[in-house]
Design a protein around this ligand. Sequence first.
Ligand code: ADP
Length: 249
Amino acid sequence: MTKVSCIEVRDVSFNYNGNPVLENITFTVEEGEYLGIIGPNGGGKTTLFKIILGLLKPATGEVRIYGEPEPRFGRRHIIGYVPQRAMAEVYFPATVEEIVRSGRTARLGLLKRASKDDRAAIDRAMEITDVTRLKKRLIGELSGGERQRVFIARALASEPKILILDEPDVGVDVTSQEKFYTFIEDLNRNLGITVLLISHDIDVVAHQTKSVLCLNRKLVCHGSPKKFINEEYMQELYGKKVKFILHGH
Ligand code: ADP
């Protein structure tokens, strides 16, 4: 099977008010990949995601999504994004269904009424994530694990080819976390969705993802977790003080 590049990051640099955050980052993500992104706090992971999404413009370099520098209709329906702390920002009185539907807006446009296809995609996103029975509930009433599934459903409502998750397991207990990662693996394997996952949990990345990218302003390493998730690279990435314990690896 020929490999298709769905994300190409070429020589991307970025700074906030002159402070460099990313320097000359180059890598490619193939369609169907499950890529973990790790690195210390402030290493530029979220900034890189925002550049991939087209929310921030790099100072140098470019990002191509399926070969296109700037897709005609934007990137927002090709890429489903679950931002950091999405799970915590739930103080507004919205139902599960309303939140999932809002994930379709990028595709729908704000003023258009939902078509049959739109409604089917919204229902399917709720089914896949098993939140249909919760659809009339207020998001603020749900557990961390349930909320997490709602925000994944929201990202899936636009039928994305790529799913980007920024620390999706913050505030979720261990059992829900395990179920969650099995679910993400299924999306990747069965629906062929390319997944990019930022995680502070090296153990999760080592066991779940097919490839890993280590970022600390520069690209420290990119390749197989087996090759790179070891003491030497992790100390380079996080500094000498990191105690390196990897369960069952
Ligand atoms: P990570 O996701 O790896 O923790 P970020 O991409 O969030 O890293 O941040 C990289 C650096 O950029 C940090 O030093 C952070 O303080 C800084 N930064 C992030 N967002 C902004 C912003 N909007 N304005 C100024 N500096 C920012």
